[in-house]
Design a protein around this ligand. Sequence first.
Ligand code: KG4
Ligand code: ZN
Length: 332
Amino acid sequence: MLVLGIESSCDETGIALYHTERGLLAHHLHSQIAMHAEYGGVVPELASRDHIRRVLPLTERCLQDAGCQRSDIDAIAYTEGPGLAGALLVGASIANALGFALQKPVIPVHHLEGHLLSPLLADPAPAFPFVALLVSGGHSQLMAVRGVGQYELLGETVDDAAGEAFDKTAKLLGLGYPGGPALSRLADQGLTGRFTLPRPMLHSGDLDFSFSGLKTAVLTLVRQQDTLDPQTQADIALAFQEAIVEVLVKKSLAALKQTGMKQLVVAGGVGANRQLRQQLDLAAERRRLKVFYPPLAFCTDNGAMIAFAGAQRLRFANHDYAFSVKPRWDLS
Ligand code: KG4
Ligand code: ZN
């Protein structure tokens, strides 16, 4: 079965073709980052309009790369939510129009399920069960994943998401949008030990996170500086990254201990963070645990994870082409 995946929940148009026997055949991504950068964040109306321009050309490119025709598509998966309503509606309406034209089933996919299952696109891939650390711009959650559709929420952020904290802190340091990758690069130049920031909820005894206080601590630190020279900026970036990484690593280990599981899967944009990966790998090696990451290209939003999640959910396909979107939607 050949599944076309359409991701349009935020500022990335991701299109992919996943074959249930042959694997991922093609994927293309158009990022709107440059378009939104001058506004310092995503402008929903601009995002929707750009998705409209990109979905079909990227689909044609995927078909060409895979050597397939439109008529070869067996099912179409699209992100139903959560995300920006207008942006989601673009993917949903094109997916259903294509499905209707080709008389093929359409599969609505939960964006976070796409992220959760994306490490299964890697080789070697983890086998169920595993604990998933899902850290993106909109979510920070720990989940016990026992199979497709069997997700138990173990803990989540009570305020900002990890990616959101990276982005807001980057803004405080005068870095562009999106700030996560830029802040991480800046932290590489930082000196350890000059500043120490709090580790929020590290000892809360549960698996929840809180990141908004950390951002406020950075603001206080920035205000205390006479001048924000490049080295000071880098040192603050490093202190912030160290704090957030320590919390994510310790809570992930606690989740593994609580569930008795031996495998951790890291998904979502913050999963691309190098220091997080290093610290997790180090901790896992000591404890004989295994950590899996999606290929870097599939850490942030992409069409491959939607095509793949859709392929796992073919039995839930919709054949009547009535569609909706769910801008707010809990996975479990
Ligand atoms: O999963 P994603 O692409 O989109 C959402 O569904 O939110 O995640 C985007 C988030 C942004 O907040 C971005 O700043 C963050 O992931 N991010 C990073 C890195 N790369 C992306 N944060 C820290 N370090 C990175 N290398
Ligand atoms: Zn995402």
